[in-house]
Write a protein that binds this ligand. Sequence first.
Ligand code: SF4
Length: 122
Amino acid sequence: MEEKMKILCITCPKGCSLEVTRDGQTVVEVKGGCKRGHEYAQREMTDPRRMVATTVKVKNGVHPLLPVYTSEPFPKARIPALMATLREINIDAPIEMGSIIAENILDSGVNIIASRNMNAGV
Ligand code: SF4
């Protein structure tokens, strides 16, 4: 049975409202927005994902926490498991901005990347 719903596209800062007609997980039609928005609507109905930015613990650093982010959008349903896994990480300083903190985390194909440099404490 077809159902209509409105979703907000978060692909770019414009934040268009999209009207999605779907039949189960199949997207029948998307009204509003652009091509990227239509791709977002399709993904949102079948495999919703989000970028995740958080922190992990640092040993011997000038600060106790290192900001990190996912290299690409992560499956939304698995974000609680991701956060639990990241809470267990305790990485040694120094760390370079852009370095991979965890590769293919939870077999997702997504890496965890350092958002900044972290010097070792003195
Ligand atoms: S539909 Fe297109 S223009 Fe609108 S928010 Fe999404 S990506 Fe941006």
